[in-house]
Each structure stands twice: as C-alpha cells, then as structure tokens.
Design a protein around this ligand. Structure first.
Ligand SMILES: Cc1ncc(COP(=O)(O)O)c(C=O)c1O
Length: 437
C-alpha cells in the first residue's frame, strides 16, 4: 500500500467502536463478547475515482466470479466482517438459546441497536421501531394511518413498490378511502414530478394521504421528497415515505426528508443480514398511527406497539451495529459518490446511443446507484425479459427486468461497492452491441 493510501485508510480493530463513537452507545450491550472485526475506515473525503482506495473497499466483499452481478438492488451483500459477525451471532444464539435472548440480550440489547440506528439516522430512539424490512414497516404505517376518513383520497404512483401499492388499495376496501393512482412523467425530471403532484393535488382536493418512494426500485429516480412534502403539508396532506432503497445508497438523514412517517430497509444498502428494517414516526405524530393488531406488549405511547413481528431472526438484528459501523466508517458521502460514479460510468457511454432510453436523469440529486434502461419501443414484459436474458446468457451480466412503469417495462442496473469501472465498461459495450451501435 502506498503511503498516500495508508494515510487515508486504517484498519479499525473493532466494528463496534465506530458506531459507539458516533452514537455514544456501546456494542457491548447489543452484542456481548463481540469479537474483533476489521472495518475499512475512510478518513475524510475520498475521491470516487481513487481506484487504489476503492479496490480495498471491494476486497471487503467475497463475490462469486460466476457472473458479473449488476443486480444489487434486491438486497445488499454483507462485507466479510459483517458476515463474520452474523455467523458469530448465529452461533451465540444457538449455543445459549433462550437463556441468552431472555436473560442477556433481552430488551436492553435491542434498545442498544435501536439507539444506534436512530443516532445514524438523526432521530430519537423512541421514533423508530425495528421491523423485518421495509414492507412490514410500510404496511403498518399505511394501513394503520388513523386520520383517513371514508371518502378521503389516498394517493400513490406507478413508480411505487408493489407491496406498498397493495397496502394503499387496502385502504379502499377496509377504510372507504378513494384510492387514486397517478403516473410519473417520462422522461422524468425533478420539475416534471413537482408539476405532476401539484396537478394531482389540484385535481384531488380531498387528498389526505400520499405515498412517496424516495428511490424508485423501478427506474432509480430519486424523488424530491422534501419539496413534494412541503407542497403536501401546505394542503394538510400527510406523506408516508418508502425509503427502502435510499438509506445507505444516498447520503441523507431522516429530518432531511421533511416527513413524519417512513419505512426503511437495513438489508439493502446498509449491508445488514436479510430480514431487518425499521419504521419511523415523528414523536409528535405517534398517536396518528394505530397500534398493530391491538398490540398489548407495549403501551400505546411506545412506538414498538406499532409493529409486532413475533419471534424472528434475532441474529440479524444483533448484527446491525456491525453493518452500521461498516457504513459510517466509510462515510455516507463517500459511498454515495462512488456509487454514482459507477452508475455514471456506464450511463455516460450509452445515454446518447440511438435505441437506448435511460430512465433516470443525470441531474445531481436525481439518481444514485440504480438506473434502468429500455431498448427504445420495447415496452413489454417479454421484450425486457429477453434483454435481461441476453445480457445474462451472452455477456454473463446479471440485471433484472422491472415492470410497473406506466410507460413500459425496463431493465434495472444496480451497482455495488464491489463493482469495478471495468465491469461497467463491459455492460456499456454489451448494450452498444445489442443496440447495433
Ligand atoms: C421501493 C421498495 N419498497 C419496499 C420494498 C420492500 O422491501 P422488503 O421486501 O425488503 O421488505 C422494496 C424491496 O425491494 C422496494 O424496492
């Protein structure tokens, strides 16, 4: 390692210390006996093109060489150190079984994890409750949103996620709401989206609840949440934000969103083990979300009564501090810059190629690691399955078809920190050949 790099890198001997330092919480309470972990730590701002640095980051992941994986939106790969911590936690739980969870870990262990999530997210621990993922978080927020009266409008858009759309339509059947679905413009832009919501609010003056997706899993577009929310608040419309993809992919804290309700994943861009997320309710608004199924484990004044997951995989929750440590030690801004750079690497080579439509704009703030494309005019499911299949079979590049976009199906590309610029050059070359360029 050159001295230049070594000045900007150091190996921290304990994953827990990084989060402990930034939150005041201690991992010892969350995960007693935590073994030493190695976490790559960036000191200050790192250039997204500093390949010597980023190859060290890529080395933190154990990646199968079988295929070039550019479908990293499904869930995030854990770093080797997070994986080791997860395995250690699984063994710990199996060794001590109920005695550990009832006597040692118990509520205090969970409370420490909650405190660490809250500190990194910029909110209070009593404003979050741990869930099994964003779906569980958002289903509880949407279906238990109390102020909705029969005849009120609950609004969502084509770019929102399927399970959250289903929860919104449930409000029609169970709560008598008038559920309205709108389509985002294509090509999409920040202003186009603001105009679309302004028009939708004007056309639906009884709107009371709005679902927004921070980063669309369909196209990769980053919604201007705070601005739409400001427009909504002026009309007494509450916003529930689906932040399943955004936290960990782009750099923000919950207060930046300017909303009172949101659902998050920790197993996507935060790199925690599968099966963990959380819901957020601003403290002053807790009474506006009902308890989950009349939960009696916690008092109605406690946000933990807003979700009841039952007996779940505690090892993944116990591993969250290690994932947060890996994230904070690298730095959200550094991570965002590198993910955007990798995305730009392929998009810049094909954006102007005739026959390829890129579905997320290049405006700063409007994209992260994910961007979808469509071969011009090829809008059907079969068309896009064929494109993804050709990439997979002929070029050994893994992507995924996404539907649900009003203007037609597409193929999603989502880069990860273990991807190299050459990987994206390979994708760009493949796309150019497929487009006949
Ligand atoms: C935009 C969006 N919202 C919500 C979810 C649900 O997340 P999970 O299935 O992890 O609960 C996903 C999952 O991919 C998503 O992409």
């Amino acid at each position: 390692m050159s001295t230049d790099i070594s000045r900007r890198l150091f190996i921290n001997s304990s994953a827990s210390m990084v989060v402990a330092a930034s939150t005041g919480a201690t991992l010892a309470a969350a995960s007693p006996g935590a073994s030493a972990q190695t976490v790559l730590t960036a000191v200050g701002k790192i250039s997204p093109t500093d390949e010597a640095f980023w190859s060290k980051v890529a080395d933190q992941y154990l990646v199968s060489p079988d295929i070039l994986n550019l479908e990293n939106g499904y869930y995030g790969m854990m770093t080797k150190s997070v994986m080791a911590e997860y395995q250690r936690n699984i063994e710990l739980l199996n060794l001590h079984s109920s005695y550990y969870l009832r006597r040692t870990y118990d509520d205090s262990g969970l409370a420490a994890v909650r405190a660490q999530i809250a500190a990194v997210a910029g909110v209070l621990p009593e404003e979050i409750a741990i869930t099994r993922g964003a779906t569980e978080a958002l289903q509880n927020l949407i279906t238990n949103y109390k102020p909705l009266k029969p005849g009120d409008v609950a609004m969502y858009a084509d770019l929102d996620y399927d399970s959250t759309q289903y929860a919104m339509t449930y409000l029609k059947e169970r709560r008598g709401a008038n559920v309205v679905s709108i389509n985002m413009p294509e090509p999409v832009s920040r202003q186009g989206v603001l105009d679309a919501y302004a028009a939708a609010f004007a056309a639906n003056p009884k709107t009371r609840l709005l679902l927004l997706t921070h980063i669309s899993h369909r196209t990769g577009f980053v919604m201007p949440i705070a601005e739409i929310s400001a427009m909504a608040k002026a009309k007494n419309i509450d916003v529930i934000v689906d932040a399943a993809h955004s936290w960990g992919q782009i750099d923000f804290s919950i207060p930046d969103l300017n909303v009172d309700f949101a659902g998050f994943n920790l197993h996507k861009w935060m790199g925690a083990p599968l099966g963990v997320g959380f819901l957020y309710i601003r403290k002053e608004r807790l009474a506006d979300i009902d308890r989950a199924f009349n939960d009696g484990d916690w008092d109605a004044s406690d946000i933990r009564s807003r979700v009841h997951s039952g007996t779940t995989n505690s090892a993944n929750v116990m591993t969250v501090p290690a994932a947060l440590a890996a994230h904070t030690s690298l730095g959200a801004a550094n991570k965002q810059a590198r993910l955007r750079y990798l995305r730009d690497r392929w998009v810049s080579q094909v954006r102007n190629i005739k026959g390829i439509d890129i579905l997320a704009p290049d405006a700063p703030g409007s994209y992260g690691a994910i961007t979808s494309f469509r071969m011009t005019g090829k809008v059907s499911k079969a068309d896009n399955l064929a494109v993804a299949s050709e990439l997979r079979e002929k070029y050994k590049i893994f992507t995924v078809r996404r539907g649900g976009v009003a203007a037609g199906n597409c193929v999603r590309v989502s880069t990860a920190l273990f991807n190299k610029p050459a990987d994206l050059d390979r994708l760009a070359q493949a796309l150019k050949s497929m487009a006949g360029a």
